[in-house]
Design a protein. Structure first.
Length: 221
């Protein structure tokens, strides 16, 4: 599952400092938010990075590098930090949102039962399908040429690096097998990236004791 994930060299040329920690998780028993996950969100909100944190500014710079305007389409962690208190979604999403704002790094979660082929981070050709819901109506959109996107064999799973996820692969209360992508740019250290991954794995273990987790660090090199 995670052994084939790749980051295209074109993304590395844009940001050579980029790395992603992929967590492949099997056997989750997700469910609605509860008092436990509300406590995670509350504690994370109290200890979250601020909007002027250098780690968030690094992501804004990365967005500008491929032509995006981060004040209009914000990196996911930047958007979360501005939404305090953190919203309740479900146990698993609450867990990774809490880790995200505490460490100042974007984290994406994908339902592997709806994934097709291998995850890869690329610069878009512009014709890839991106499935969203707009005003309650399913819509197929497309990224801009050169935009940094996560995709699988079927289409784009997340636009503008980590701005917006497609509907198809989002994590729901029915998700059993999942992929989590923890994305690092300097000045975040590799050690902090690993610590965030360990923290997320620990919370997932609280949700589902005995859950199976494998990890891999991937860079464009």
């Amino acid at each position: 599952m995670i052994e084939d994930i790749r980051v295209d060299p074109a993304v590395g040329a844009l940001r050579p400092d980029f790395t992603v920690l992929a967590l492949g998780v099997r056997g989750l028993r997700n469910g609605p938010s509860d008092d436990r996950s509300r406590a995670w969100l509350s504690e994370a909100s109290a200890g979250a990075v601020t909007t002027d944190d250098p780690k968030l500014e690094s992501w804004r710079e990365a967005y500008r590098a491929f032509g995006a305007k981060p004040q209009r389409t914000r990196p996911s962690v930047d958007a979360l930090v501005r939404r305090m208190p953190l919203p309740e979604i479900n146990l698993v999403v609450d867990a990774y949102n809490a880790v995200s704002v505490r460490h100042g790094l974007p984290i994406g979660g994908e339902d592997l039962s709806h994934y097709e082929g291998t995850a890869r981070l690329v610069r878009a050709a512009g014709d890839e399908p991106f499935d969203v819901v707009d005003g309650g109506v399913p819509v197929t959109d497309h990224p801009e040429i050169g935009e940094v996107v996560w995709r699988d064999d079927r289409g784009v799973t997340c636009r503008r690096w980590n701005w917006r996820q497609c509907v198809r692969t989002r994590i729901t209360e029915r998700t059993v097998d999942a992929l989590f992508l923890l994305e690092r740019l300097a000045p975040m250290t590799p050690e902090e990236l690993r610590a965030a991954g360990d923290e997320l794995a620990g919370l997932l273990g609280e949700i589902t004791p005995g859950v199976r987790v494998e990890s891999r660090v991937i860079s464009p090199k």
